[in-house]
Design a protein around this ligand. Sequence first.
Ligand SMILES: *Cc1c(COP(=O)(O)O)cnc(C)c1O
Length: 352
Amino acid sequence: MKSNTRQFNDIKTLVRKNILNMKPYASARDEFKGEAEIFLDANENPFSSPYNRYPDPLQWKVKEKLAIIKDVKPEQIFLGNGSDEAIDLVIRAFCEPNDDAILITEPTYGMYAVCAAVNAVKVEKILLTPEFDIDLDAFSASDSKAKVIFLCSPNNPTGNLLSYNKIIEVLNRFDGLVVIDEAYIDFSNSRSFVPELTKYPNLIVLQTFSKAWGLAGLRLGMCFASPEIIQVLNKIKYPYNINSVTQKLALEALNNEQQKNAWVKDLVEQRTRMAMALRKLSITEQVYPSAANFLLVRLKEAFQTYQYLMKKGIIVRDRSNVVLCNGCLRITIGTPQENTQLLDALHNLAAK
Ligand SMILES: *Cc1c(COP(=O)(O)O)cnc(C)c1O
């Protein structure tokens, strides 16, 4: 990270020139937004099927509801075809291929590096500490040229929150964009960084409908940032990136937030139960603290355990070859019955 901290000032200095200067596609629904009786502007089939019309390109109904829940303005929200779309668009909008870099803290979610690779953007890597927290000294020591830093909190695959004050420190010191991926924030008892958007114009927060909201199949990711950053993402997204069915079902989910909260409560209880039970097993070396809906567990024989479970029809994620996660499996918290079956299988293995 640069020591003579340039202050982040204007989004226009960060966005790629070609994207700053391009003219975006204007769809029929961009050009006419109001109510009318007869729509003959988008070459749709007029005979009614539930899906004969193009969806709202900017998903205002979903955003208006989400804005109330998250206490932001609708103009501070971008919705993507999964958070993965937002990750890709942020890299594409701000990083020049074959020139710019992103910075990630390993071990972390794989998509940041994959999207960077697809876009011919370099990946600078800094290791997390052995406790899986941000290593600020390593940050300071690096002569990073990164345009964007990706931080994942709670982190996947480790499950822990990064420390709040260290993230603030990164936000203060770094003159590029800081993306905080909060895919698992609902399962933690920590504050989201969304309220910090008013203070940090270089902050982008990602959340998703795929985990706590129980809608992974819909593919809907949320991105919160300044209206200026959101405008850049809107400019380069596919015109109708979120389909009508997804918009309808997302709105229904948002109108039933209690369901999400009830699921979260049950899953957090099950997480406590599973952590305690797994710690007691003789085959376990360590169960890491988790603020997410999964546990990272170090086992004496990780790969053998993984294969044994697979033969029993139980699939967990083998992370034993991931840096700092040697010998670890990542186990998602399931229903109480599923968790019981997993524990029974592991008890049987330990008794062998
Ligand atoms: C699961 C997950 C996501 C969600 O991605 P979607 O594309 O929204 O399904 C994002 N970030 C992390 C770290 C995840 O683990």
